[in-house]
Design a protein around this ligand. Structure first.
Ligand code: BES
Ligand code: MN
Ligand code: ZN
Length: 498
């Protein structure tokens, strides 16, 4: 989609050259109240804005949108009052409250060209991210495209428009939102257009444009390299698999971070085929890949003082005469073998190769992310990612995710499940043969491929990566771009604290 042009402004919201002014409302102890940033608009309404909004039914509750014609009291014709929800005991609202309010407001603006947004006075970064993400549309495949007029959005901020730190905030928040949008676009692109070769090509273009080193291994190179997992899973499709590596080396890189993302461009289940019901959602089975590609590009844009390498296995899991079978034994990069008992547990097989490859670079940290298990959704629901891995880093990643409003929860890797992955013929099997703790046994499987001494986090986003319900906050339908903001927060945190 075309991202609107964003700017900071010092202009008075009542006289600014805008069509719509966005203000925040809150659920105060005594009912509806105006959020910071709304004072000038209130003054233009002779201090009667609360009264007017109450007449329209406004309460200030989260994501409530109430529209009020300005009736000549402002240059803008329309005031959009969006609910931020209840402040905490200290009277402040969280970044996530602002992000969601900005998202809800943006979703209600459809087509407005010039917007003045006062939510930046609550939290500029959150307002910018929420606005860009809530306003996201994907109309690539509609005969009627979204309005391509690049909208112009100006944000007021407490520090004003000239402040250096404020400008830097706008820039960083815009880059982060753009990375999320990149991931959403990948996820929303249908599998007939996004298959391993075309996905690799798009990733390469994007990476090179950002100054990254990009390496693409095609089927022949994968065979030569010994990537048995990727080749096994990808074998059933006429569209052969790829492995893409995108490398960024920042100035004065302090740490090496490896990112790995599952890139199944479509998951039919293979010979262990899925029921038809919701199979079309499996167009999102490359959301982990999309997220790590977008994140390494972001790392270059924001010049993190890190070395970041994304290793991205891409394959289509299809049934066919050349498919891998239940009963096959695959040999991964590095030599470990696996008995395939279910071809629908394919994500871990392509990740195994990719994680071994990623560990060959000797990273300090490894974060892999994948739409890996239905069990994640059963355990934690559609909005909360499951995070497994080495104890300390796992907890750090989960906390950082929650900090940016991408819910995440640390999950254990119960030791007794390892034996359930034993195989009679190979080093391990790809499933346990029972339904207990399916998210965790997938994590235990992946642990086998993490090199000694590497701090590791595995983020299962089977639920959070794809919104099959209605839009909420700044989360639109379809691809959500999760966990790009978690990964960005992890990189920023490692850059700062090692
Ligand atoms: N891509 C699916 C997991 C998934 C399910 C993602 C629902 C998003 C929503 C994965 O490849 C899969 O099929 N996993 C199986 C594993 C099982 C065979 C051990 C599952 O979860 O059923
Ligand atoms: Mn599957
Ligand atoms: Zn899958």
């Amino acid at each position: 989609m075309t991202v609107p042009k964003l700017a900071l402004t010092d202009s008075d919201p009542t006289t600014a050259a805008a069509d719509t002014v966005v203000i925040g409302t809150v659920q105060g102890a005594d009912g509806l109240a105006l959020a910071d940033g709304a004072a000038a608009v209130d003054a233009a309404f002779d201090g009667k804005l609360v009264e007017l909004l109450e007449t329209l039914g406004a309460t200030g509750k989260a994501e409530e949108v109430v529209k009020l014609p300005s009736a000549g009291k402002l240059t803008a014709a329309l005031v959009v009052a969006v609910g931020v929800g209840a402040p905490n005991d200290e009277g402040t609202v969280t970044a996530e409250q602002v992000r969601r309010a900005a998202g809800a407001a943006a979703r209600s603006l459809n087509g407005t060209v010039r917007v003045l947004n006062t939510l930046g006075e609550l939290d500029l970064s959150a307002a910018v991210e929420g606005h860009l993400l809530g306003g996201y549309t994907f109309t690539e495949y509609k005969s009627e495209k979204a309005d391509e007029k690049a909208a112009k959005v100006e944000f007021t901020s407490v520090a004003g428009a000239k402040d250096k730190a404020t400008k830097a905030k706008l820039k960083a928040a815009t880059a982060i939102a753009e990375a999320v949008i990149t991931a959403r676009d990948f996820v929303n692109t249908p599998p007939n257009d996004l298959f391993p070769a075309s996905f690799a090509e798009r990733a390469k273009k994007l990476g090179e444009a950002a100054g990254l080193d990009v390496e693409v291994l095609d089927e022949k190179a994968l065979r030569k390299g010994g990537y048995g997992g990727i080749l096994g899973v990808g074998g059933g499709s006429a569209r052969k698999p790829r492995l893409v590596r995108l490398s960024y080396k920042g100035p004065k890189a302090r740490k090496k971070v490896a990112l790995v993302g599952k890139g199944i461009t479509f998951d039919t289940g293979g010979i262990s085929i899925k029921p038809a019901g919701e199979m079309h959602h499996m167009t999102s089975d490359m959301a982990g890949a999309a997220a790590v590609i977008a994140t390494v590009v972001l790392a270059a844009k924001l010049k993190y003082p890190l070395e970041v390498v994304a290793t991205v296995p891409m394959a289509e899991n299809m049934p066919g005469g050349e498919s891998y079978r239940p009963g096959d034994v695959l040999t991964f990069l590095g030599g470990k073998t696996c008995e395939v008992q279910n071809t629908d547990a394919e994500g871990r097989l392509i990740l195994a190769d990719a994680m071994v490859r990623a560990c060959q670079d000797g990273p300090d940290y490894l974060v892999d992310t994948a739409t890996l298990t239905g069990a994640q959704v059963v355990a934690l629901g559609k909005r909360t990612a499951g995070v497994m891995g080495t104890d300390e880093f796992r907890d750090r990643v989960a906390a950082l995710g929650r900090g940016v409003g991408e819910y995440a929860w640390a999950m254990p890797l119960p030791e007794e499940l390892r034996a359930d992955l034993n195989s009679n013929v190979a080093d391990l099997a790809n499933i346990t043969g029972h339904r207990w703790g399916g998210m965790l046994s997938a994590g235990i499987f992946l642990r086998e491929f993490v090199a000694e001494g590497v701090q590791w986090a595995h983020v299962d986003v089977a639920g959070p990566a794809f919104n099959s319900g209605g839009a909420w906050g700044y989360t639109t339908k379809g691809g959500t771009g999760t966990p790009v903001r978690t990964l960005a927060a992890v990189l920023a945190d490692i850059a700062e604290n090692g």
